[in-house]
Design a protein around this ligand. Structure first.
Ligand code: PMP
Ligand code: GLU
Length: 385
């Protein structure tokens, strides 16, 4: 007889990652020979730039194949501290930096370090799927604050959602899934609200470099004593598979994160950290070229959707279109129809929070040819409805 596995209530209450699940279904269908166009996963389709690969190969050949310091190699922490100062006006020393295996791990460590049972965490709904899951896993209570398309998906009223139990606000600009970029005033208002109410901020800046004509503002430059800034290499340098990210935070929080890291993954992969140094210090031409291409794809995707009668706000950063499809059914119904009938994979907006219902997310981190073909298929499928 098969024993019923006993799964902890903390794990039972969190869903599988919707973004990764749809991507897996698309990959499975493709392996069965179905001609799927995938707008599901948010991951650059470009190769990691050559200079970065070379730095990893050199480190590997040099024998850098052992554990590193839990917080990361000094050279990378130095390069990150310099980057934070130059790009973000966040004035930290290498000792204030923790290198992690991906930004996701940094977010996990930060939330687990900071959140106690019952603590409330404000999430701007729609919000990236993993925040809510990790907050729940840590025993916290996610509070979904709806942000509307009319307001450019920027929070207008945070104050009324703050209670005595509110401990953390998660900001993500440029935003996954809406592509919103918060301007200077929005960041300033969020900083003042956090300060006035004694709330901390986790600022997820992984899409910082993927931005179209707008300027990125880091809240950590305004309220460093209450900000955990998280960033990574996956998006800007097309390094999703390398698993490299980092955080800076007030010392006691960073210490807590380091403990979790020491007891779980030890450190980010040794030679990958060398690649990170090259990514930050080497030529940035490849980043500019990738962003220029993403911008062309964005225009193609948004124009294409609008031409076939689907409303969509213009994303100013990241590589997602958050499209309104409520006239065709619920988010999940439209997602299923597009997958079965159009062979196009998208992510249902409802996976990002109740306020995402009626929308689907389309990642345009794929070729222009795929975008054109995908839009044609969506048009034909919806006409068959
Ligand atoms: N934050 C956001 C908003 C994301 O979309 C992602 C997905 N890659 C991550 C964090 C995690 O990035 P990483 O690959 O560095 O773990
Ligand atoms: N962040 C990307 C996405 O939203 C990759 C998958 C994930 O990490 O959730 O599609």
């Amino acid at each position: 007889m098969k024993l019923n596995p006993v799964i902890s209530s903390r794990v039972r209450q969190i869903p599988e990652s919707a973004t990764m699940k749809i991507a897996d279904i698309a990959a499975q269908l493709r392996s069965e020979g179905r001609d799927i166009i995938s707008f599901s996963l948010g991951e650059p389709d470009f190769e990691t730039p050559e200079n970065i690969k070379r730095a990893a190969k050199t480190a590997l050949d040099r024998g850098e194949t052992h554990y590193t310091q839990g917080s990361g190699i000094p050279e990378l922490r130095e390069a990150i501290a310099e980057k934070l100062k130059e790009d973000n006006n966040v004035d930290v020393s290498p000792a204030d930096v923790l290198v992690t295996p991906g930004a996701k791990q940094a977010i996990f460590e930060a939330i687990c370090t900071f959140i106690d049972e019952g603590d409330e965490v404000l999430l701007l709904d729609p919000a990236w799927v993993s925040y809510e899951a990790i907050v729940k896993f840590a025993g916290g209570k996610p509070v979904m604050v709806p942000v509307s398309e009319q307001d450019g998906y920027v929070p207008v009223d945070l104050q009324s959602h703050i209670t005595r139990d509110t401990k953390l606000l998660i900001l993500n600009s440029p935003c996954n899934p809406t592509g919103a970029v918060y301007g200077k005033n929005a960041i300033k208002t969020a900083a003042e609200t956090a300060e006035d109410h004694g709330v901390f901020v986790l600022s997820d800046e992984v899409y910082e470099k993927i931005i179209y004509g707008a300027k990125h503002h880091s809240i950590g430059s305004l309220i460093p004593d209450r900000t955990i800034t998280i960033n990574g290499f996956s998006k800007a340098y097309a390094m999703t598979g390398w698993r490299l990210g980092y955080a800076t935070a007030p010392a006691p929080i960073l210490q807590g994160m380091l403990k979790i890291q020491q007891h779980s993954v030890s450190n980010a992969t040794s030679f990958v950290q060398r690649a990170g140094v090259e990514a930050l210090r080497g030529d940035q031409g490849a980043v500019r070229a990738m962003v220029a291409e993403f911008e062309k794809r964005r225009d193609l995707m948004i124009d294409g959707l609008r031409k076939i009668g689907i409303e969509c706000a213009l994303p100013r950063g990241a590589f997602y279109a958050f499209a309104k499809v409520s006239q065709f059914g619920t988010s999940v119904e439209v997602t299923e129809k597009l997958l079965q009938d159009a062979l196009v994979a998208v992510t249902p907006g409802s996976a990002f929070g109740p306020n995402g219902e009626g929308y689907v997310r389309l990642s345009y981190a794929t070729s222009r040819q795929n975008i054109e073909e995908g839009i044609n298929r969506i048009e034909a499928s919806l006409a068959r409805a």
